[in-house]
Design a protein around this ligand. Structure first.
Ligand SMILES: Nc1ncnc2c1ncn2[C@@H]1O[C@H](COP(=O)(O)OP(=O)(O)OP(=O)(O)O)[C@@H](O)[C@H]1O
Ligand SMILES: [Mg+2]
Length: 264
C-alpha cells in the first residue's frame, strides 16, 4: 500500500457571474493520478498557475476535488467521518511559503510549536515544555527560544519554527509549498539540509512544491512537472533530470543551467 495515492483528480474553479449565463472557469487540476511511497520526497515543479498549490490543498483536505479520489494510508480522504479525518490529519502536515503569516505574532514560540501537541496529545506542562525544547534543538534553535515571540526571529529561523511545529506529531507526510522560496540563497540551503536530515531521521515523505528545479534536484527522489493542471512529465531517477523532454521542463532547467539548450 502506498502512503499516498491520487486517482484521476479533477478540480475546476468557477470565476464570478457572467451576464450571459455562462460562467468562466479555470481547470486548476485536469486529471492527475500519482502515488507516493513512505520515506520518499516527490518534487512538484511547474510555472505559476500550473496547479501545484491546488494539488497540495486537495491532498490536505482543504479543497475537495470535483472528481477522483485521494487515498492516504489506504483511506479515502474525502469520504472520511470528521473523527477519522482528524486522526489521519495528524500524519499529514504542511509548511507554507509565508513564514510570517503562518505564526500568530501574539503567541510565544513554545505555544506555537505546542499547538498540534495540545490538539492531539494530553501532556502535562512539563512534558510539553520538554518536547518543545527537544523540537527546537532538532531544528537547530536553542531551548531558551521557547519563551520568545515571532518578531524576535529572522525569516529562516521562523521557517525552522514552522518545521518544528510540522514534525511535532511525527507525521508521515509533510507538504512543503514553496517553503524555502522566500528565503535568501544561503538560508535556503541550510533549510534544505535540515529537511533532508529530518527526512532521514524520521523516515518522512515530502511533497516538495517549488518553481525552483535546482532546490527540487537537491532534495527530491522523484520529480513531477506540472503544466496547466496536468502532470506532463515524471522522472523517478534524479540523475536523469537533464533528460526531461517537455518544453516546460526544459524551460525550468534552462533557468538554472544557462548552457542548457532551450528549443522553444
Ligand atoms: N480559490 C480559487 N478560486 C479561483 N481560482 C483559483 C483558486 N485557487 C487557484 N485558482 C486558479 O487555479 C489555477 C492554479 O492555481 P495554483 O495556486 O494551484 O497554482 P500554482 O501552481 O500553485 O501557482 P504559483 O506557483 O503561483 O503558486 C490558477 O489559474 C489559479 O488562478
Ligand atoms: Mg502555489
Amino acid at each position: 500500500m502506498s502512503l499516498l495515492e491520487l486517482n484521476n483528480i479533477k478540480k475546476t474553479y468557477l470565476l464570478g457571474n457572467s451576464v450571459f449565463g455562462k460562467r468562466n472557469s479555470v481547470e486548476a487540476i485536469k486529471d492527475i493520478s500519482l502515488t507516493l511511497e513512505q520515506g520518499v520526497c516527490l518534487g512538484i515543479v511547474g510555472e505559476s498557475g500550473s496547479g501545484k498549490s491546488t494539488l497540495g490543498k486537495i491532498i490536505l483536505g482543504l479543497e475537495k476535488p470535483d472528481q477522483g479520489e485521494v487515498l492516504f494510508q489506504g483511506k479515502h480522504l474525502h469520504s472520511l467521518k470528521a473523527k477519522e479525518l482528524r486522526e489521519l490529519r495528524r500524519n499529514l502536515q504542511v509548511v507554507f511559503q509565508d513564514c510570517y503569516s503562518s505564526v500568530n505574532p501574539r503567541l510565544t514560540i513554545g505555544e506555537i510549536i505546542a499547538e498540534p501537541l495540545r490538539n492531539y496529545e494530553r501532556l502535562t506542562s512539563s512534558e510539553e515544555q520538554k518536547q518543545v525544547q527537544g523540537l527546537l534543538e532538532v531544528v537547530g534553535l536553542r531551548r531558551e527560544d521557547i519563551h520568545k515571540y515571532p518578531s524576535q526571529f529572522s525569516g529562516g529561523q521562523l521557517q525552522r519554527i514552522n518545521i518544528a511545529r510540522a514534525i511535532a506529531l511525527k507525521p508521515k507526510l509533510i507538504i512543503l509549498d514553496e517553503a524555502i522560496s522566500a528565503l535568501d540563497a544561503l538560508v535556503q540551503i541550510q533549510i534544505l539540509n535540515l529537511l533532508a536530515q529530518l527526512k532521514e531521521d524520521f523516515q518522512l515523505s515530502y511533497l516538495f512544491i517549488s518553481h525552483d528545479i535546482q532546490a527540487v534536484n537537491y532534495i527530491a527522489d522523484q520529480i513531477a512537472v506540472m503544466y496547466q493542471g496536468e502532470v506532463v512529465e515524471w522522472q523517478d531517477d534524479m540523475e536523469k533530470l537533464e533528460q526531461l523532454e517537455h518544453p516546460v521542463s526544459k524551460k525550468l532547467i534552462s533557468s538554472v543551467l544557462p548552457s542548457y539548450p532551450v528549443y522553444f
